[in-house]
Design a protein around this ligand. Structure first.
Ligand SMILES: Cc1cc2nc3c(=O)[nH]c(=O)nc-3n(C[C@H](O)[C@H](O)[C@H](O)COP(=O)(O)OP(=O)(O)OC[C@H]3O[C@@H](n4cnc5c(N)ncnc54)[C@H](O)[C@@H]3O)c2cc1C
Length: 450
């Protein structure tokens, strides 16, 4: 089968769609990118360029030895990624971060794609799910209303979200288990695992009152214009709950009922903060019901006042944003195809990753998966020891489907490296071991494709 005979249609020419197109076109596939801008605008984009950065001009840390996002940069560079290549070309001085001159960056991405002999750009909005042909949907957090509606009709209302409600996620090994204990409310569940599914942090009255004061005083982020419609559906930020009354949280996510402090059974906690496992590996825990619009610095200060979280390290902080994303763990197979319509793949932020880099990375993989399929093969699974593999494994199965929320790449998604020690003091050696292993495994995976 020759792959040139086929056309791969990509909806959305943002970070993911641009990278997917580049990968597929370089492998000899004819690609059509369908981009609705500038005909149809979003509240965040300003231009008709492909690869436009909607907000910050940073691809975050470029440290590929100590940082998971820097490692993702490294992996994308090794795979000939367009986004990284153009970011390098338009790099601005920013310490250890990869910041870029945004307009020339997006203009270069656009020019590279439009001048590629295998790529056509069609400026149209796609409003329905195609029944045949090969497609990648990479329409991002601001997917147009008509297409979102079509996706929802196919997947069911519960499986497509229009806002994220991200509770902070903590590395399990940074939680003080001399204070916290494992127990589900009223010991609910059939198995011991279910009866001890939650990690509980007890608070005295004084600690609760101080926590509420800190919440109310903390600096908050405002919504952008056009961003808010419909957000109050079931995802109230904790600070808004606290504003409604000092006791609201104690009757909501912090209620102490049905729980007995295993370290101090005779003392009833005044309030309890609960954390729930966030990935199959058990390395990450989210703070239940703690979605927030507090600024990142303030979140760290406030959450570290919770007993057992004094030394907490956060894999990600909380947030609430306008964000269209699907429940990938239930809807996608391991080749990122929609189970119910396998002629369609999803890529980018709509799959439930978060950020320019992660979105481009999922575009890179989806593009390569489409190429493999057109050539009559399956792309060999990406080792979950790599940043790319850890992310795709998370969204297509590793994450808890019931509480699925968008995820940044972080070392908590990686299987631990044997022989490395937990704790802050050993962090440098541990992260270096993760990135060394990832680089070797990613290179071996790429070599296998060559
Ligand atoms: C307000 C806001 C601020 C953000 N700030 C940051 C930040 O500072 N840093 C960061 O890393 N991430 C940020 N993000 C997330 C960021 O948008 C994504 O990480 C990244 O752009 C996602 O890449 P993507 O390719 O999935 O989507 P996008 O880059 O958004 O690309 C999707 C493309 O699809 C097009 N499209 C949508 N619907 C259709 C349709 N029906 N037919 C045809 N084309 C369509 C859109 O016009 C767009 O060009 C922000 C998001 C928002 C909404």
């Amino acid at each position: 089968m020759t792959i040139m005979k086929h056309t791969l249609n990509i909806i959305g020419g943002g970070m993911a769609g641009s990278e997917a197109a580049w990968q597929a076109a370089n492998a000899g596939v004819n690609v059509v990118i369908h981009e609705m801008r500038p005909k149809v605008e979003t509240f965040a984009h300003r231009t008709g360029n492909l690869g436009e950065m909607v907000c910050s001009n940073s691809f975050r840390s470029d440290d590929h030895e100590q940082n998971a996002v820097g490692l993702l940069h490294w992996e994308m560079r090794a795979a000939g990624g367009l986004i990284m290549q153009m970011a390098e070309k338009h790099r601005l001085p920013a310490g250890g971060a990869l910041a870029v001159d945004r307009d020339p960056f997006a203009e270069s991405v656009t020019a590279a794609l439009k001048s590629h002999p295998n790529i056509t750009v069609s400026y149209d909005e796609i409003t329905a799910l195609p029944d045949d042909g090969h497609w990648i949907i990479a329409t991002g957090p601001l997917t147009s209303g008509a297409l979102a509606q079509a996706i929802q009709t196919e997947t069911g209302a519960e499986a497509l979200a229009f806002f994220d409600a991200i509770a902070p996620i903590v590395y399990h090994d940074s939680i003080n288990m001399d204070i916290a204990w494992m127990q589900s409310r009223y010991d609910k569940g059939e198995t011991i695992e279910e009866q001890t599914a939650y990690l509980n942090c007890p608070m005295t009255k004084a600690q609760y009152e101080a926590f509420i004061d800190a919440l109310l005083a903390a600096e908050k982020t405002a919504f952008k214009e056009g961003e808010t419609a419909g957000y109050f559906d079931g995802c109230l930020p904790i600070e808004v709950m606290a504003e409604r009354g000092r006791e609201t949280l104690r009757f909501g996510p912090m209620k102490p009922v049905g729980l007995t402090n295993a370290h101090d059974p005779d003392n009833k906690p005044y309030a309890v903060v609960q954390l729930r496992r966030d990935n199959a590996l058990g390395t990450l825990y989210n703070i239940v019901g703690f979605q927030t619009k507090m600024k990142y610095g303030a979140q760290k200060d406030v959450f570290k006042t919770i007993p057992a979280l004094e030394d907490a390290e956060f894999a990600r902080l909380g947030g609430i944003h306008r964000n269209t994303f699907i429940n990938s763990p239930t809807l996608l197979d391991d080749q990122m195809r929609l189970r119910s319509k396998p002629n369609i793949r999803f890529a980018g932020q709509i799959t439930g990753v978060e950020g320019y880099v992660e979105s481009a990375a999922m575009g890179l993989l989806a593009g390569r998966m489409a190429v493999a399929e057109l050539a009559g093969r399956s792309l060999p699974s990406v080792p979950d020891t790599t940043a790319m593999g850890a992310l795709v494994t998370h969204i297509t199965g590793g994450a808890e489907a019931k509480t699925f929320q968008p995820m940044n790449v972080n070392f908590g998604l990686f299987p631990p490296v044997e022989g490395t020690k937990n704790g802050r003091r050993n962090r440098k050696t541990r992260y270096k071991a993760y990135t060394d292993r990832a680089k070797a495994d990613w290179q071996a995976w790429l070599d296998q494709l060559a």
